[in-house]
Design a protein around this ligand. Sequence first.
Ligand SMILES: Cc1ncc(COP(=O)(O)OP(=O)(O)O)c(N)n1
Ligand SMILES: Cc1nc(C(=O)O)sc1CCOP(=O)(O)O
Ligand SMILES: [Mg+2]
Length: 517
Amino acid sequence: MYSLAVPANIGLSLLPAAVSESCRKPHVLSVSGSDSGGGAGMQADIKACGALGVYCSAAITAITAQNTTGVQGIQVTPENIFAMQLQSVLSDMEVDVVKTGMLPTVQIIDILRSQLESYPVKGLVVDPVLIASSGDCLTSHEVADMLCKRLLPLADIVTPNLTEAAVLSGKSRVCTLLDMQEAAKIIKDFGPRYVLVKGGHLQDISEANVDLLYDGETFYDFHGTRVETLNTHGTGCTLASCIAAEMAKGVQIPEAVKAAKGYIQAALEHSKNMKIGKGPHGPLNHFFAFPEYSKIRRHHLFKASDLRLYAVTDSGMNKRWQRSTAEAVRSAIEGGATIVQLREKEAESSDFFKEAVACIEVARKSGVPLVINDRLDIAMACGADGVHLGQSDLPVREARMLLGLDKIIGVSCKTVEQVQKAYEDGANYVGCGGVYPTNTKRNNRTIGLEGLYAICSASPLPVVAIGGINEFNAEEVLRDRPSTLHGIAVVSALFDKPVVCKATQVLAGKISEFFHR
Ligand SMILES: Cc1ncc(COP(=O)(O)OP(=O)(O)O)c(N)n1
Ligand SMILES: Cc1nc(C(=O)O)sc1CCOP(=O)(O)O
Ligand SMILES: [Mg+2]
């Protein structure tokens, strides 16, 4: 319940206008068929563009029923809705590059051509999808003919594989480097700026994986290393989408091809052991370069029970006992700390950042959340689980906007009004104190147990008590605790001790009984 305390009006609408201005994304419109298996077609295009940081919109030309064994069915998109998809996107969304895949009928090609004439774009990449990697035929010769005559004259690059190069060039077969060159010359005459003939299946194994790019004068060859894998379904769509994505970023075509080949090579390497489907045409893993979001994200959103034994570090104390903050954090977690706050009042930013990175590594291993005291910049830079803010720090509302909804924000409060405001502004919990006098924080006002309980009774947020709490008085704080008091936060009781792990265990033992009743 508490994690829902963020007011509804804290969201994207509050982001400064400048953010949207400066964040225009390169944009590829994919005009292709949907692959129910997710390996090729539209699905591959969207994933490839996404992986390269490019926005991808979609005009679906056909719905195919496919899996890793082949193509089971095709339904062509009705012409009126196909035209509408193009019109909707092209009239509104500042498309940089159009990338085509499966174009199943001559009508679909005609509609696309006339829309491109009404809404010119910076680039057109044509992947002449005529035959699926399973060998299934996806279009007719009439369509191939139309593609050559109506679309290739507008294309910046066309990317046939060997079979497609044979169909487009009218050659009976293309299976050597010489055949590829001849086919490229014939296809170039239809009018595209570049022809890329993909040699993935060349007969001569020494030449396999050579792709030839032809600009009308020069042949450029691009070599790849063969990856032994069945997961190659969608590599053609992915290569063309990557070229389109790079072009949308403003990259010239030869460099775009090089970058796209590099991406395919890496994707094949990272997909070779992936097991999806029973058939021989498995898909690629496009997101090999991304850490899985669920792994970089906290495993769970903030829970009030995280506050039970809240360890707040003090590097002065830890130095006195000759240990690094990361070592101290490791020991506190081993001893039973349920959340850690890095509190550095004197450190330089660069030292604080380095220390935070080391401590997060320690905390992540055990799933214990780690927040940064005062410094939102450090919290964001090191990917901490959140921040703890005082009354004179950055306002909670601004911090919440910058951190997003998944991160923890704690706020120090000494009055009911402060707690109410923290709640309204989107905090997850409040720290209340000083419960007792403390030597750790100078000039700290003591509010006593009564002050703490008064705040707890009125608080819509979970509360953690702080200030002068130790193994001898923890029981007094928790014995008659209000239901909103979820734990104690301590500094010297853990970190001004020779053995942090032992001190934490002792305190954890003292407080455990109050949370199981
Ligand atoms: C859990 C917790 N509660 C309170 C504080 C005190 O924060 P603040 O008032 O901002 O004082 P400093 O710690 O920044 O000196 C806290 N750090 N943690
Ligand atoms: C950091 C801090 N904040 C306080 C508050 O009252 O808000 S008291 C405090 C210091 C707590 O240290 P120790 O556990 O060593 O007394
Ligand atoms: Mg502070």
